[in-house]
Write a protein that binds this ligand. Sequence first.
Ligand code: PMV
Length: 325
Amino acid sequence: VPSNIAFVKYWGATDLDAVVPANSSVSMTLSVCRTHTTAEHGIDRAEDEVFVVAPGGHLEPAAESFRAGATRHLDRIREHTGIDGRFRVATLNTFPSDAGLASSASGFAALAFAATQAAGVEETPLELSRLARLSGSGSATRSLWGGYVEWPYAESATGDAAQIAEPDHWALCDVIAIVEEGPKPASSRDGHRRAPTSPHFATRQALLPRRLREVHRAIDDRSLERLGPVLEEEAIELHMIAMTSQVPIFYWKPATLDILAAVRALRSGGVAAWITMDAGANVHVICEPEHEEAVAGALAAESGVHRVIRDRVGAGPTLETEHLL
Ligand code: PMV
């Protein structure tokens, strides 16, 4: 299951346990950044077994906190589907985990997909999206479709995510500058919890209806000129709210600011590219294929950038039958 990058961010919840967002969000499903998860059902064990593919390529038992998170998610999946029995799960991320690249979105969605398939239960994308959301990672609910996806705010209830445009509607690229591979200083759950304590939170809520309309129009018209400014407003505002929450959260690194300046310089030189960010120091640069090369080159030239991932809009989850174990 691929990760996704939000154009309009989910930041703040009216009910964090029930995963009711404070606002609608819209994202683009990615293609290169994905989680491969395979599952074996009905193993003869008292507990689920969870393995991760480590950076060197070998499988190892997951760290205890990772195993506990996966087991909690499997418990919710068992409860909601009636599936009984334990799983042996193996998982692999094609990109850095916990670094603000939505590895929880692809990870929890992939676990729901793999576990239900292994248990012989065919779920629709909508049912998988609901199962993914039970994980507590709201963005996971958007990763079950390719293309462009909206997760609506529905009057204090949890709305269902749905695809708003197919991947081939608009071939956008997401060139990601990695400035930090390690875990971020605070989880997005902490960020959602603290967001309403920022004095800027209410202002953002008031601005969002217009922004959502702009994003819909931009996607309909394939207009990066319309989308770009909204992307940047959303990213900067999310971080401004994080930095002014009680207790403040600073995800940015000095290199983050250098990249923001580099992208402004690219734009002055006629390259249509706009940044967005999730809860982390890494920067996503959205552009059309004709500018991907120029953007990737400019990002790689920044001294604080460890590596550049060239991603693009993708087709959504795929089913594989070979066990990672
Ligand atoms: O899905 P969560 O609870 O990890 O929160 C996601 C938060 C952002 O990635 C910053 C925004 C979003 O909508 O994906």
